[in-house]
Design a binder for this molecule. Structure first.
Ligand SMILES: *Cc1c(COP(=O)(O)O)cnc(C)c1O
Length: 390
C-alpha cells in the first residue's frame, strides 16, 4: 500500500522514495538486501511483521512492491521472477477453463505463446483482433464476451497505439477486466490505471530495471481483491523475484524519469534524422504526426514524449533488414529493450520467431530499435553508416 504522502508527490519523488525508508536501526539511507530465506518466530506462529518464509514475503521484495504500486498509482503490486511469470500468475488466478481472452493482433510474441500454447491446452480460449480499430474492438468484445481484454500500447514491435480509456469502457460494459502491458511506455509516460485499466503488467527486465542486468516482472492492481487472488496463486506456485533482483529493480526505478526523458529525446532525434531516407519505406513511431495513433498517444502519454522504441521497414526485404542489424557499431544486436545502451534486432527471426505463420507474424523487412541514452548524434551516425551498407 502506498501511504498518502507518497501519492501526493509527483512521479520522480515517488519513484525515489516509495519503499525506501532509511533503515530504522542504522539509518542506512539505502535499505539492506534481505537475503534470509526464513525468519525467527517468537514462539510458534509469532511472526515479526508477518515474515515467516521468503517465498511468502520478503522485506526487499515488499519494498519494491511498495515502489511499484506508488509509480503506477495502484492499490497493491506484486513482483515476479519475470514478466511472463507475472502474466502466468495473473491469468491462472483470474481465468477458468471456458473463459476467453481477447488480445491485440500484434501482442508481444511471448505473451501470445503463453496464451495460445499454454493456456489453450487448459481450455482457455483466445481471439486476436486489431484493438487500434475501436469499432472492431467493440464488435469483438460484444461477440466474444471475454473475461480479460489484453492491451499493449505502444505495441511491440509495430508501435501501434490503443486508446486505453475507450477500451476500458468497452471491456467494463461486458464485465471484462482490462489488463495493460505498460512495458514499452513505462509509468513515467503512461498511467493505465488512471485511464480505467484494472491491472498493469510489466516486464521489469526492460525500462524499470533499465540496465539490462536483471530479469523480472510485476503486476499492479487497482482492486486489492484481485491482488489477493493473484498473491495467493504466487505463493502457492512460487514465481517470486529473488531479493537481489528486487533490489536491482528498485535501484533502476529511481532513475526511471530521467532515463525515459532522455530515451524519448534520443528516439525523436533519430526519427527526425531518418525521415525520408531512401532505404527506409516506413518508420513506426507514435511521435510522428503521420502515425495513425499519434493523437491518442499524445493524449494518453506524457506531454511531448513517445518513448525510446521505434521500428523501421527497409527497402530490400529480409536480406536488407538482416544486413542492417549486422552492420551497426554502437547499436548492439540483441533481444530485449529498455536498457541505457542502444539495441537493434530483427523481430521476424528473433523476438517474434514464435509467431511466424500465425495472425501475429511481423513484416520481414522490419527492424526494431531500442534507443539508448548515449549521445544522439553518435546513434544517428551509426544508423546512417549501417543503412549505407544495405
Ligand atoms: C519482454 C516483454 C515481456 C516478457 O517479459 P520477460 O521479463 O521477458 O518475461 C512481456 N511484454 C513485453 C511488451 C515485453 O517486451
Amino acid at each position: 500500500m502506498t501511504d498518502s504522502s507518497e501519492t501526493d508527490h509527483a512521479f520522480a519523488t515517488r519513484a525515489i522514495h516509495a519503499g525506501s525508508e532509511p533503515d530504522p536501526r542504522t539509518g542506512a539511507v539505502i535499505p539492506p538486501i534481505h537475503l534470509s530465506s526464513t525468519y525467527k518466530q517468537d514462539g510458534v506462529g509469532g511472526f515479526r511483521n508477518g515474515y515467516e518464509y521468503s517465498r511468502s514475503a520478503n522485506p526487499t521484495r515488499d519494498a519494491l512492491q511498495e515502489q511499484l504500486a506508488a509509480i503506477e498509482g495502484g492499490a497493491r503490486a506484486l513482483s515476479f521472477a519475470s514478466g511472463l511469470a507475472a502474466e502466468d500468475a495473473l491469468l491462472r488466478a483470474l481465468c477458468q477453463p471456458g473463459d476467453t481472452i481477447l488480445l491485440g493482433n500484434d501482442a508481444y510474441g511471448g505473451t501470445y505463446r503463453l496464451i495460445n500454447a499454454v493456456f489453450g491446452n487448459w481450455g482457455v480460449k483466445h481471439f486476436a483482433v486489431d484493438l487500434t480499430d475501436s469499432s472492431a474492438a467493440s464488435d469483438a468484445i460484444a461477440a466474444y464476451r471475454p473475461k480479460i481484454v489484453w492491451v499493449e500500447t505502444p505495441t511491440n514491435p509495430l508501435m501501434n497505439i490503443v486508446d486505453i480509456r475507450k477500451t476500458a469502457e468497452l471491456a467494463h460494459q461486458v464485465g471484462a477486466l482490462l489488463v495493460v502491458d505498460n512495458t514499452f511506455a513505462t509509468p513515467y509516460l503512461q498511467q493505465p490505471l488512471a485511464l480505467g485499466a484494472d491491472v498493469v503488467v510489466h516486464s521489469v527486465t526492460k525500462y524499470l530495471g533499465g540496465h539490462s542486468d536483471v530479469v523480472g516482472g510485476a503486476l499492479i492492481f487497482a482492486d486489492p481483491g484481485h491482488a489477493d487472488a493473484v498473491a495467493y496463486n504466487q505463493n502457492a506456485a512460487g514465481a517470486v523475484s529473488g531479493p537481489f533482483d528486487a533490489w536491482l529493480t528498485m535501484r533502476g526505478i529511481k532513475t526511471l524519469a530521467v532515463r525515459v526523458k532522455q530515451h524519448s529525446e534520443n528516439a525523436a532525434a533519430i526519427v527526425a534524422g531518418l525521415v525520408g531516407h531512401p532505404k527506409i519505406e516506413k518508420i513506426n513511431y507514435p511521435g510522428l504526426e503521420s502515425h495513425p495513433g499519434h493523437e491518442i498517444a499524445a493524449a494518453q502519454m506524457r506531454e511531448g514524449m513517445f518513448g525510446g522504441m521505434l521500428s523501421i521497414q527497409v527497402t530490400g526485404g529480409r536480406d536488407a533488414a538482416r544486413k542492417l542489424v549486422d552492420s551497426t557499431d554502437i547499436f548492439i544486436l540483441a533481444e530485449s529493450l529498455g536498457g541505457v545502451e542502444s539495441l537493434i534486432e530483427y523481430p521476424y527471426d528473433m523476438t517474434h520467431a514464435s509467431v511466424q505463420g500465425t495472425d501475429l507474424a511481423v513484416p520481414e523487412n522490419l527492424v526494431r530499435l531500442s534507443v539508448g541514452i548515449e549521445d544522439a548524434e553518435d546513434l544517428l551516425a551509426d544508423l546512417q553508416q549501417a543503412l549505407d551498407k544495405i
